[in-house]
Design a binder for this molecule. Structure first.
Ligand code: SF4
Length: 290
């Protein structure tokens, strides 16, 4: 997000009476410290409460770096952090960095300001993995006593939602269902759920876990949604991805292997529709790049 977009976002959120707090996330927000500190200060300036920053601890190479980093964040106004740890992130980030992050963050924010996501996974990883190196999912799951292709990876990381990149990267071995089997599974409640939402670097708002579908932005967080202007959203809200397929994408050929979830089918349909260039509610474009 540019600094002006950060300010526009905070200004828009400041006008939301029902908003309790926000979290800052990425990708990995610490990839750009200057911008991250700007965002924290902007939230304070606009009186928008920050709940926490999500980080994968990749930057916590040693105690001093970690301590100083968390101190800078706290001094800018950050009250808490969520440190994520998973077999997926351990493919790139050694456990030692997570351990360093947890120690340093606890010194700076106190234990009340540090959430490990998730403690059960972290605990078992500490028992079975080498802290100073990364492990492929194949290797780490083997060390933990399961085959990652059998669906147990999802059981382990029970917060994973079978949508987006997760179904593209982690669907091996999961049961699949014919596209038609999702008939009648409408998405209105999910799409209208604003308890958890995300705003992307361009100011587009996506509700719930439905990333890549945006009918609101920081310029107008409460648009009138009609089927003429937002056909994809309305088809999904009314009847789910099968309605979207029948209504807007009858040339879509479903994968004969089936889909692990309705959101998996939805993603493939949306990629198909995005390629036509006709639906600007399918944004940002970056989401749909292979
Ligand atoms: S099918 Fe699509 S619109 Fe429905 S909940 Fe899943 S991602 Fe959201």
């Amino acid at each position: 997000m540019t600094e002006s977009m950060i300010d526009a976002t905070m200004a828009a959120l400041a006008k939301e009476p029902a908003l309790h707090g926000i979290h800052l996330t990425g990708g990995e927000a610490t990839l750009d410290w200057k911008r991250l500190l700007y965002a924290i200060r902007s939230a304070r300036r606009h009186d928008v409460a920050i709940d926490y920053l999500e980080t994968n601890a990749s930057w916590c190479a040693d105690e001093r770096t970690a301590h100083e980093g968390f101190l800078r964040l706290r001094e800018a106004g950050l009250p808490a952090v969520l440190i994520s740890v998973s077999l997926m992130s351990n493919e790139f980030i050694p456990l030692a960095r997570v351990q360093t992050a947890i120690r340093a963050a606890t010194e700076v924010f106190d234990h009340r300001g540090v959430t490990i996501w998730t403690p059960e996974v972290f605990h078992r990883m500490q028992m079975c993995l080498e802290p100073d190196r990364t492990h492929s999912i194949e290797e780490s799951s083997k060390r933990l006593g399961f085959d990652y292709r059998g669906g147990e990876l999802w059981h382990w990381h029970s917060y994973l939602i079978p949508a987006g990149r997760a179904v593209e990267q982690l669907a091996e071995g999961l049961p699949r269902h014919a596209a038609e089997s999702f008939e009648g599974d409408a998405c209105r409640r999910t799409l209208e759920n604003t308890i958890h939402f995300h705003i992307d670097p361009f100011g587009n708002l996506s509700t719930s876990h439905c990333l890549g579908i945006s009918v609101a932005n920081v310029g107008n967080l409460h648009p009138t949604i009609d089927a003429d202007r937002r056909p994809v959203y309305c088809q999904l809200a009314e009847g789910g991805p099968v309605w979207l397929w029948r209504g807007l994408a009858d040339d879509f050929v479903p994968d004969p292997r089936g889909y692990v979830s309705k959101c998996h089918l939805c993603l493939e349909l949306r990629k198909h529709l995005h390629a036509t260039g006709r639906y600007d509610e399918l944004r940002p474009d970056e989401y749909y790049r292979e």
